[in-house]
Design a protein around this ligand. Structure first.
Ligand code: NIG
Ligand code: FE
Length: 407
């Protein structure tokens, strides 16, 4: 790598660093801009005309953005990318009118357990290339399709090979060997309680060393608020940060539990009571909305405007998984959030970058200012508005992660 890279002739630079004289409020837009990158970090941002005064005299690679827009790399704070098989048939049945239910997860569990490490790794590596090509430079990956001590350990270990943002989601659903265990006599609560004992015992011990986060699917058909609390508290006691899947299929208590436990993020937030919104508004917990899920399950979209107007920090993420939403595209999520959730293009971009970083409690990504990791995306467009204006078009032209060209 050259000692420094100067990306110049940027028609519209979104910094997410609001300053006097910049446009777009929180987006901190600089026109006719340049960014200097050294040792993987942004070291200077400003008007292209001023760049030479800040640029080293030698060893600088010049990149001409040709008047196009440059934005911070997307931060996708919610994915499930380690799995075997797919559920295209389930998707087709849904599009023919069947409802989405959490139970489909078990078929992915069977396919994942049957896959070798190398098969899972090859798939995962393919998804990572897909993410980079679409402008995602920071991403979280959850386990949750292993659901045995050995398989969950495998999934977090493989996830750790591609990201530091690994989430242990042993509490995704209760696996069939517990649900069908005659000891529980068909009682799903007893089966769930017994499975939670394993999740917070041997499974947590095996997975915590590879993980940064603990998560639980707090929902009818998955885990009750009481069971989720046991999982999340045990994870916290093992040194993990908390995130929650909540309120996806109904007002299940997940949001209030997340806020009470100081979770970094509660994800889905599709069905919220006034109390849930008030709890989020008075907390540091980010509400992460996953528009691809509602798109792919034909559920109603979450009410982003209600959350934003209440003062809640709203992030967008893909939730890329084989069941409820199999897109890895943040531009697609932005387009849906703008078109169908009434977010402005500016809110949707901020939610996919700066707020995604907040959802992962990261202060080194999500904005372009000196000291931040040099994660940049050049769009094949003059403005970030084209992310929503040109849905489905491959609009990402070049990507740098920590200053290194990725795509
Ligand atoms: O985030 N909600 C729980 N987990 C995933 C779905 C997983 C699946 O259906 O395989 C989600 O939507
Ligand atoms: Fe999810």
């Amino acid at each position: 790598m050259p000692r420094a890279t100067l990306i110049t002739n940027i028609g519209e630079l979104v910094t997410n660093d609001e300053q006097p004289g910049r446009e777009g409020g929180p987006l901190g837009i600089v026109r006719d801009a340049a960014v200097l990158v050294e040792h993987g970090e942004v070291t200077w941002v400003g008007a292209a005309a001023d760049a030479s005064a800040h640029t080293p005299e030698s060893g600088v690679e010049l990149v001409d953005a040709g008047g196009r827009a440059v934005i911070p790399g997307f931060v996708d704070s919610h994915t499930h990318l380690v799995f075997g098989g797919d559920r295209a048939e389930e998707f087709a049945a849904r599009m023919a009118g069947r409802r989405y239910e959490a139970g489909g997860i078990r078929s992915t569990v069977a396919a994942t357990r049957a896959a070798t490490d190398d098969e899972l790794r090859a798939r995962l590596t393919g998804f990572v290339a897909e993410l980079h090509a679409q402008g995602t430079t920071t991403f979280e990956v959850k386990s949750g399709y292993g659901l045995s001590v050995a398989d969950e350990e495998r999934l977090v270990r493989l996830a750790r090979e591609v990201t530091s943002e690994v989430t242990f989601l042993g509490a995704h659903v209760v696996p069939f060997e517990f649900r069908e265990d005659p000891r529980f006599d068909g009682d799903p609560v007893a089966a769930g309680d017994a499975y939670v004992d394993v999740v917070i015992g041997e499974m947590l011990d095996a997975c915590a060393p590879h993980s940064r986060w603990i998560d639980a699917f707090c929902e009818r058909g998955a885990f009750s608020p009481e069971q989720s609390r046991r999982v999340l508290e045990a994870g916290r006691d093992a040194g993990l940060g908390i995130r929650v899947h909540g309120n996806q299929l109904g007002e299940g208590g997940g949001v209030r539990l997340a806020v009470e436990l100081g979770a970094a993020s509660v994800d889905h937030c599709t069905f919220l009571s006034d109390e849930d919104v008030a709890a989020l508004a008075s907390s540091d917990t980010v509400a992460t909305l996953l528009p691809g899920v509602e798109f792919s399950t034909r559920q109603p979209y979450p009410d982003a405007r209600r959350l934003i107007e209440a003062g809640v920090t709203v992030a967008l993420a893909s939730d890329c998984n084989p069941g409820s939403c199999f897109t890895s595209s943040m531009p697609f999520c932005i387009a849906v959030a703008v078109r169908d959730m009434n977010m402005t293009p500016a809110e949707a971009l901020w939610a996919s970058t700066a707020a995604g970083a907040k959802a992962l409690r990261r202060s080194d990504v999500g904005a372009l200012r000196p000291g931040m990791r040099a994660d940049l995306v050049e769009l094949d467009a003059p403005s970030y508005l084209h992310l929503a204006y040109r849905p489905g078009v491959p609009i990402v032209r070049r990507v740098w992660a920590a200053g290194a060209p990725m795509a």
